[in-house]
Design a protein around this ligand. Structure first.
Ligand code: BMA
Length: 882
């Protein structure tokens, strides 16, 4: 019967019989022409790409990141550029029912012409555009993409929004940016941010191609797993969206094959003309064991090869090869005994998971430079630092497919914001339609990725209204509240629910989750520690003092700035820039008072560098800002991790810590732990420790030293805790106490040691707070152990007995790795190995060295020799900067 139907479908096509089975695809990547508005500049422009990188490649401009070039090259973004080229259609256009011009991404406002006929317009960088060019395309064609400056467009849109203003108008002057970015659907930080420059790019930033087809064409193909508890069975929903050009329904056969799960199923389908969506449910045989996908540190990231074959008749066959992943995600918001409010944590495959990681921003102002190598390097560094999650922050871009592929493979959970940040947004019809298309497209594009565990409406816009950041008079507030609900609830949430029921959605970050919903989507205080997530920044209070931190349910942003290393800055600066107060240093700092805040925070616990050699002083200051940042975020993260299993004064049960921010967009001071290019700052090495699956955390409360054991492991374990006191002035430990039989429960944090500091000091060879330091260590059987940790009993500026150590290293090659044997003559805080521009990372760095000898391993990211390493190596420790 089925066969008969299929045959009928083929015959039914009548006039088209004999046509090639489709589709035919012709890429338009590669060489285009690029011209400025008045035609005075004409050059080659590669696609995908943008105007800035084209000018750079042709040698028409210098490195845009060099010194003050972000200001020098403002003219580029103010001009209206045109991309054009001719192309030959490599197929007989008359043989195809439909020919589309498909852009995976246009940045941003453009008019598209083929053979002088306007075939479409774009206004949203995040949308995918498909224009029907069937009647326009010839054998030889001329295509033009005429851009309008994003800055002019933003200003124009803002001007025509007459009824009321939509703030902010402009970024703060310290950011040296452009205005009205909230009026254009473009990477919001491209008009500048508090860590990034203003480079409002223009260009064709993703793939562009011609697609020709008959009958029908597959546009989206997505997989969503679900676990049916009652049946104890996994199933996989396959959604396919087709453009059906045949005037009659297209009948076909779909076969799904997942060999490793012994699953093969065949379905008949009937696609109606127009846009047709088919949803197939594949039940995985109960007799096979399905290996679930786990976040890094919790298990494997198993995926199953799967082939889906669509036989749509007339030899029209589409084969899709994909990976099927199985995992569940729940965002648990429920009452907690002894605490007002609700929990806020993620359960993956039924298991509560503490989220450890950071916030991702765009890796470059010019997206075409974000190569697969860069993505791999940064994401590998993420898991190498024991992180299991990243938040793709709402002021950047929905990242490229490969980003999510790598996260799937590495087990990095993604909290995915929609791209709205720190602003109010218009909601007029055109704007909303553009957003609706964007959201629909992005959810369809991304929803097959198991790494994504949450959709989130925006960054800080609930907080912006609740805290009235833009000083809106109370009687005018209503319209903004209505707009907020319209955008993030009535549009974005509605689409997300329709497109993807397999993941939670929250409207904003920070938010109070269900409590925000109850308060009609806008909580009075979205930073409430009893609900949802919080963002927390405090640069003035002493960051070693944990009592300043919010005992929140989930810390999704918190951070401190530091300067990137000298080798990174050197590439974009010249001699006269190399001081902390140079024009360059002021220019690169986009956060008001940022440079002073770093010194203030560092000064609370460290003497500031005093060297009379200006260059040495600059390098020492950079080093100290990194020490400060690493110590501060260590203190804060350890506080969040140790707060996971307790409720104190109604607060606690913290189940996530994502510090601000993982990576950098350029070479400048920022909150990042990875420098532009991927070099690890001291913070990133610290993260490896403070995110370790098994961690001892020390802190003081009311003169009592507590050590908590924190475990992300899946089973309870028995360990020995070793607590040691060291005198700053001696390499011999003063005393050591070993506490055996310490049991740590799976997935929890609990006190394992408690002693008044005075008792400890007396017990241990008459130490004082200033003369000694506490170190501690957890070890179990076999490989099981945590990283060493320490607790300072006084500020290091008050430490007594610290000596300037003689620090040396001998380097030897061991296979692909290099061993650095370090030797020191005194207890050495914050030992820092820096090999300048040599790409790679150490297995440990920035550590407190209490032993005479320590072996550190260097993992190079590029071929390197011992000689090069020796030449580039600099060793710094705290006492070297005085
Ligand atoms: C947060 C972020 C960013 C910003 C960071 C540091 O609130 O969402 O907007 O870069 O603070 O100020």
């Amino acid at each position: 019967m089925l066969l008969v139907l299929l045959l009928a479908a083929c015959w039914g096509r009548g006039v088209l019989s004999g046509n090639p089975p489709g589709p035919a695809v012709h890429s338009l990547r590669g060489r285009w022409w690029l011209g400025s508005g008045n035609g005075s500049v004409v050059l080659r422009g590669d696609v995908p790409g943008c105007v800035h990188t084209a000018l750079l490649r042709q040698g028409l401009i210098q490195d845009p990141y060099y010194r003050f070039n972000d200001l020098t090259y403002r003219w580029i973004s103010l001009d209206n550029w045109t991309y054009s080229r001719t192309f030959k259609t490599p197929f007989d256009v008359s043989k195809w029912q439909k020919v589309n011009l498909v852009f995976e991404g246009v940045d941003t406002v453009a008019q598209i012409l083929i053979n002088n006929v306007t075939v479409g317009r774009t206004d949203n960088m995040f949308n995918r555009y498909s224009f029907d060019i069937t009647s326009v395309i010839k054998e030889v064609n001329f295509i033009e993409v005429r851009f309008l400056s994003a800055i002019s467009y933003g200003a124009k849109q803002s001007r025509s929004h007459r009824a009321y203003s939509v703030p902010p108008q402009c970024p703060p002057p310290v950011q040296k940016g452009e205005c009205h970015v909230n009026f254009i659907r473009k990477e919001q930080c491209s008009f500048s941010w508090d860590w990034g420059p203003s480079f409002p790019t223009q260009g064709i930033w993703k793939d562009v191609r011609i697609e020709a087809y008959n009958l029908c064409h597959l546009i989206y193909f997505t997989l969503t797993p679900s676990y049916v508890k009652s049946a104890q069975q996994w199933s996989l929903e396959i959604e396919s969206v087709f453009d059906v050009v045949s005037s009659k329904p297209v009948v076909g056969l779909v076969t799904v094959n997942i060999p490793k799960l012994q699953t093969q199923q065949t379905y008949t389908t009937e696609l109606p003309p127009g846009e047709a969506r088919i949803v197939l449910l594949v039940n995985i045989s109960k007799s096979t064991t399905v290996q679930t996908w786990w976040p890094s540190g919790h298990g494997n990231q198993t995926g199953y090869d799967m082939t889906t074959t669509f036989n749509m008749g007339a030899g029209y066959k589409i084969e899709k090869f994909s990976k099927a992943y199985f995992r569940t995600v729940e965002l648990v918001e429920e009452p907690i005994p002894g605490s007002p409010g609700l929990s806020f944590y993620f359960r993956i495959n039924g298991l509560p998971i503490f989220i450890k990681g950071s916030n991702w921003i765009p890796a470059d102002s010019f997206q075409d430079r974000v190569s697969s190598d860069i993505l791999k390097l940064i994401l590998q560094s993420t898991v190498d630092a024991n992180m299991n999650a990243l938040r793709v922050w709402g002021g950047g871009v929905y990242e490229q497919d490969e980003f999510y592929d790598i996260c799937d493979e590495l087990g990095i959970m993604i909290w995915q914001d929609f791209m709205f940040a720190c602003a109010l947004y218009p909601t007029d019809q055109n704007y909303l339609e553009s957003v609706r298309a964007e959201v629909t497209h992005q959810v369809k594009r991304l929803k097959s990725h198991p790494c994504i565990i949450l959709w989130s409406g925006n960054n800080e816009n609930e907080a912006a209204i609740a805290g009235n950041w833009f000083s809106i008079p109370q009687d005018k507030m209503k319209v903004y509240i209505l707009d907020y609900v319209k955008l993030y609830v009535k549009n974005i949430q509605e689409i997300v629910i329709a497109e993807d029921k397999s993941r939670p959605y929250i409207t904003s970050s920070p938010t109070n989750g269900k409590e925000s919903v109850k308060e009609r989507w806008l909580s009075q205080n979205p930073y409430d520690t009893h609900y949802g997530d919080t963002h927390f920044y405090d640069y003035l209070s002493d960051c070693w003092n944990w009592t300043v931190y919010p005992k929140t349910r989930f810390a999704s942003e918190y951070g401190f700035q530091s300067w990137p290393s000298f080798s990174t800055l050197e590439k974009v600066s010249s001699t006269e820039d190399w001081s902390y107060t140079s024009n360059f240093s002021l220019h690169r700092q986009h956060h008001a008072a940022g440079n002073n805040q770093m010194l203030h925070q560092a000064g609370l616990h460290f003497k500031l560098p005093q060297n009379t050699d200006p260059l040495k002083l600059f390098k020492d200051t950079i080093y100290l800002t990194q020490v400060m940042q690493a110590q501060c975020i260590k203190a804060e993260t350890e506080f969040y991790r140790r707060s996971q299993s307790e409720i104190i004064n109604g607060e606690g049960h913290t189940m996530g810590s994502l510090y601000w921010q993982l990576n950098d967009i350029w070479q400048a001071p920022s909150w990042a732990s990875l420098e532009y290019g991927g070099k690890w700052k001291m913070l990133h090495y610290f993260a490896q420790h403070f995110f370790a699956p098994l961690l001892p955390v020390g802190y003081e409360d009311d003169g009592v030293l507590y050590i908590y054991g924190v475990s992300d492991l899946h089973s309870d374990c028995e360990l020995t805790l070793q607590v040691t006191l060291h005198r700053w002035s001696s390499m011999e430990p003063v005393c050591t106490l070993a506490k055996e039989g310490v049991t740590l429960k799976a997935g929890s944090a609990a006190p394992i040691y408690k002693e008044p500091i005075n008792d400890l000091l007396k017990r241990c060879g008459n130490c004082t707070r200033q003369s000694c330091v506490v170190t501690f260590y957890l070890m179990g059987k076999g490989e099981l152990h945590g990283p060493g940790n320490y607790h300072f009993l006084s500020s290091l500026k008050d430490a007594v007995g610290l000596e300037k150590a003689m620090l040396s290293a001998t380097i030897s090659q061991q296979g692909d790795l290099y061993a650095f044997v370090l030797q020191t003559t005194a207890v050495t805080p914050f030992v820092w190995l820096d090999v300048g521009n040599i790409q790679g990372r150490f297995n440990d760095n920035g550590f407190l060295m209490t032993e005479k000898r320590k072996v550190v391993v260097f993992y190079p990211w590029e071929p390197v020799s011992i000689e090069e390493l020796e030449k580039s190596l600099s060793l710094t420790s705290l006492m070297d900067i005085y």
